[in-house]
Design a protein around this ligand. Structure first.
Ligand SMILES: [Zn+2]
Length: 384
C-alpha cells in the first residue's frame, strides 16, 4: 500500500481538500481517498507540488511525426496542407516509423495516458498497439465530391477492420468541412452514432474556410488547383462551415478541433448540442499565427479539451505546454477548467471516461506530479 499526499490534489474534476491522501494498492490502483488525520503520519509519502491524473491528448497525428521542422511557420492552412501532401512520403517508411515511435514514447514520458489520434493510413497502428499509451484512433476520410462517398466510406471500414486486428479502438472522422461532403459527414456520423463512438472534425482552423463556404476568393481554391481537383461543380452554401454541417453531427461525443475562427452565434448553437471544443494553440500559432478568442467559449468550460496536433506544426507533443499557452493567452479559464480539459473532459470527449481522466477506485489512471511557477505548470514526474 502507498499513501500519497501532495500540496494540491486535483481529482480530474476538481481540487480535493488539502488533507486528502490517496491510498494505492501494489499495482498503484486507487483504493480510496482518506483524510491524513486517519493515518500514522510516518506512512505518508509527501510530494512537493500538484498531483493530477494522467493526461489526455485529445488530438494528435502520430503518423506525421517525421515532419518536425520540415514545414515553415505561418504559411496559412492551405499552404501548410500543400506542403503536407508534397512531403509526407518523402522519407522511407521505416524512418517515418522510427519518428512516430519516438513521439509515442515522449508522450508517455510527459504524463499522457490516452491519445485521440488521427490516422489516414495504417502506418502507425503497430506502434499504437505496442505502446504504453492507450489510443482512440480516428480513421480520417476525405472526399468533397458527393460521388466519392461510397469509395471513401468503404476504405474507412477496411481501415477500421485492420485497426481491430491490432486490438485498437477507433471510429471514423471526416477531415474538415472544406474537404468532406455533407453526404460523407452524414455517413460517418451515422456509423459513429450507431457504435456509440466519438466523432472528430477539424473545424474553422483558417479564415480561408469561412471564405470558401461564403463563395469568396480563398486559398483552398489554389490548393485544389494544385491537387488538380476540379471544383467547378461546387456551390458555396453561403453560410459558415460549422452551420453547414452542424445538422449532421452525431449524438455520440463530437470533437471540433481548432475553432480559431468560430463565431459566437454558431459556438452557442454547437455548444448547446454538447460538442467538445478541442483547442491546439501551438499548432494555431505555427500555421496561422492566430489563436481562438477563448472568451467566446466561457459558457462551455466543461466541454473544452486540448490537443497537440502533429509534429508537422508543433515542436513537442505535450498537452501541458498547450495548457500553458492558453493560460498565457487568456484569463477566462480557471486553472481547474484547464486541468479538466487535459484530464476528465478529454476522456469524456473520447468516450473513455470510465477508464481515464480522473481518480477511479480500482483503477490506475496515471498520476502526474507538477510544479507551478509564475502561472506556468511544469511536469516533474509520473508517480504511478
Ligand atoms: Zn489535426
Amino acid at each position: 500500500m502507498r499513501f500519497l499526499k501532495a500540496n494540491r490534489l486535483f481529482s480530474g474534476e476538481k481540487f480535493l481538500a488539502e488533507d486528502s491522501v490517496l491510498v494505492l494498492d501494489e499495482k498503484d490502483q486507487l483504493v480510496e481517498i482518506i483524510s491524513e488525520n486517519a493515518l500514522d503520519s510516518n506512512r505518508i509519502e509527501r510530494l512537493e507540488g500538484l498531483l493530477t491524473p494522467g493526461f489526455v491528448n485529445a488530438h494528435c497525428h502520430l503518423e506525421l511525426s517525421h515532419l518536425k521542422g520540415q514545414i515553415p511557420e505561418h504559411t496559412g492552412l492551405p499552404g501548410f496542407a500543400k506542403q503536407i501532401v508534397s512531403i509526407r512520403n518523402a522519407m522511407p517508411a521505416e524512418e517515418r516509423a522510427e519518428h512516430a515511435r519516438e513521439a509515442d514514447k515522449n508522450m508517455w514520458n510527459k504524463g499522457m495516458v490516452l491519445v485521440g489520434d488521427i490516422s489516414n493510413t495504417e502506418e502507425s497502428f503497430k506502434i499504437k498497439a505496442d505502446s504504453k499509451l492507450s489510443y482512440h484512433t480516428f480513421i480520417e476520410l476525405i472526399g468533397l465530391h458527393p460521388a466519392s462517398v461510397g469509395a471513401a466510406y468503404e476504405r474507412g471500414l477496411q481501415l477500421i477492420q485492420t485497426l481491430k486486428n491490432y486490438n485498437l479502438k477507433g471510429s471514423l472522422a471526416p477531415h474538415a468541412p472544406y474537404s468532406t461532403s455533407n453526404e460523407l459527414i452524414q455517413r460517418i456520423s451515422d456509423y459513429d452514432a450507431s457504435h456509440h463512438l466519438p466523432f472528430s472534425i477539424h473545424n474553422q482552423e483558417s479564415l480561408e474556410e469561412t471564405k470558401f463556404f461564403a463563395g469568396e476568393k480563398n486559398g483552398f481554391n489554389e490548393l485544389y488547383d494544385f491537387l488538380k481537383l476540379d471544383l467547378s461543380w461546387f456551390k458555396a452554401p453561403k453560410q459558415t462551415s460549422l452551420k453547414n454541417y452542424l445538422p449532421f453531427l452525431p449524438e455520440s461525443p463530437s470533437l471540433l478541433v481548432h475553432n480559431t475562427f468560430s463565431q459566437s452565434e454558431e459556438i452557442k448553437m454547437a455548444g448547446d448540442k454538447g460538442v467538445f471544443w478541442c483547442f491546439c494553440p501551438a499548432a494555431n500559432q505555427y500555421i496561422e499565427n492566430a489563436l481562438p478568442d477563448y472568451s467566446l467559449f466561457s459558457n462551455y468550460k466543461n466541454q473544452i479539451c486540448l490537443g497537440t496536433d502533429s509534429l508537422a506544426s508543433n515542436v513537442t507533443l505535450d498537452v501541458l505546454a498547450e495548457l500553458n499557452l492558453i493560460r498565457q493567452a487568456t484569463n477566462c479559464f480557471e486553472l481547474a477548467d484547464l486541468l479538466r480539459a487535459i484530464t476528465s473532459n478529454g476522456a469524456r470527449a473520447l468516450a473513455l471516461s470510465d477508464h481515464f481522466g480522473k481518480l477511479i477506485p480500482g483503477k490506475n489512471t496515471g498520476l502526474n506530479l507538477l510544479e507551478e511557477k509564475n502561472s506556468t505548470l511544469r511536469f516533474i514526474k509520473k508517480t504511478s
